[in-house]
Design a protein around this ligand. Sequence first.
Ligand SMILES: Nc1nc2c(ncn2[C@@H]2O[C@H](COP(=O)(O)OP(=O)(O)OP(=O)(O)O)[C@@H](O)[C@H]2O)c(=O)[nH]1
Length: 448
Amino acid sequence: MNSPDADRRLHTAVSILLLVSIALLAWQYLGLNRVMRIDGEHAYGVVAIADTDEGGTSVTSLQRQGQRLLWRCRLSPVYEWPYCELRFTFSADPHQGLDFSRFSTVALKVKADGNGSRRLRLFLRNFDTGSAKADNPLTWRLNELQFEPHADGSEIEVPMRAFNVASWWLNNNNIPIERAAVETHNVPMMLLDTAGVREKADLDFRIDYIEFRGKWVSIGEMALFIVAMWLSAALVYLAHWQLRMRSTLAHSREREAELQQLNAALMLENAKIGEKAKRDPLTGALNRAGIRDALLDEASRAITEERPLAAVFCDIDHFKRVNDEHGHAMGDAVLQQFSALLRKRIRQRDYLVRWGGEEFVLLCPDTSLEHAVQLAEALRRAVETNLWPTRQPLTASFGVTTLATESIASFLERTDRALYEAKHLGRNRVVSAGVPHAATTAVDRPNT
Ligand SMILES: Nc1nc2c(ncn2[C@@H]2O[C@H](COP(=O)(O)OP(=O)(O)OP(=O)(O)O)[C@@H](O)[C@H]2O)c(=O)[nH]1
């Protein structure tokens, strides 16, 4: 998705490209002109020739008058094809001719006076490497343009495509049709001659200029450049877009990782809060809600796997006196120490639960009644001999049972009854209740 900033940048780039394209097209159309002028000042090596070499008696002469060329021709039909000719030599080496192929028009400002035909022919002799021979100009391609100067000597401008290759030259040189097209890329020589007139004529030509016109960059080249410019810009944009997408993706991955970490931390926090809700804040022992699931699991495992599950109810004797004599804070300290004493003596996999007030329950999986009674007895002795913060002795009573084929409520109730029994029998003792309905047994201890 594009941000408003990126949209604005794209907008600006497209606008700039459009403006540049329009400016380039306008420049190509209005400017970039390429001109080659041939006149009295830029005449290259020009000479006037008549047909005397062929036995004719025509006479010709050439004069320069400022920028003008004044060319006189007296044609006499002695020779079969009388002619006068202006020969412009652009290069002595035919391989080093001028390239006229990039010009699109030729402008001729020529005025003709005199009697007889005023028709002229302009020849661009192209030296084609391959078929042309350097020492024989007659083999140089004869690109021909016939024209008749306006009577008032005004300019005639014709497209370069008006040139054609003289058919007699094609025949004489046996040029195949596929190579018969005009070629002007290497022109060492240009000729201007009277156009095959065979009568007597007395002609005066005033040549202001012969000008070849074109563009340094053709419209096709400019269009190609503009297309290339747009394509390059599109490529740059795509590359930039791809980089941005990659960085956005990387950013969202980072964000996702952060969120995952946060989630994990929250889950941990939730677990801690959940764990706290299951524990008694004073002693750190499980509370009733905390033992609920474990009790159900252990009971069902004990029944299905036929393993013993023991419960030990422990209650500090006359705890009320501690509070009454030493204050509630001391009572709390005693409760904490009592809980620590129990925890220290049970196994890792036993559960310590603060059942309420000064009453604790131990849930001991895989523990027979006998072992549970032994444990309770050991605990009872430990309480009895412990040095309490009240500096006074304390005792506790214990009720012990193992789970029989009964409900959990009945199992706990039986254990509670055993504890009650222990209290009833004088405290500081362990009372175990066997299977339901069986007689209770008590481990008697001196009453406190
Ligand atoms: N300091 C303190 N006292 C508590 C707490 N919970 C319960 N108690 C006290 O524990 C005492 C329990 O008293 P009783 O139920 O009469 O039992 P007892 O005095 O231990 O007598 P027997 O159990 O019959 O031996 C009460 O005084 C409660 O106020 C607690 O978290 N802190």
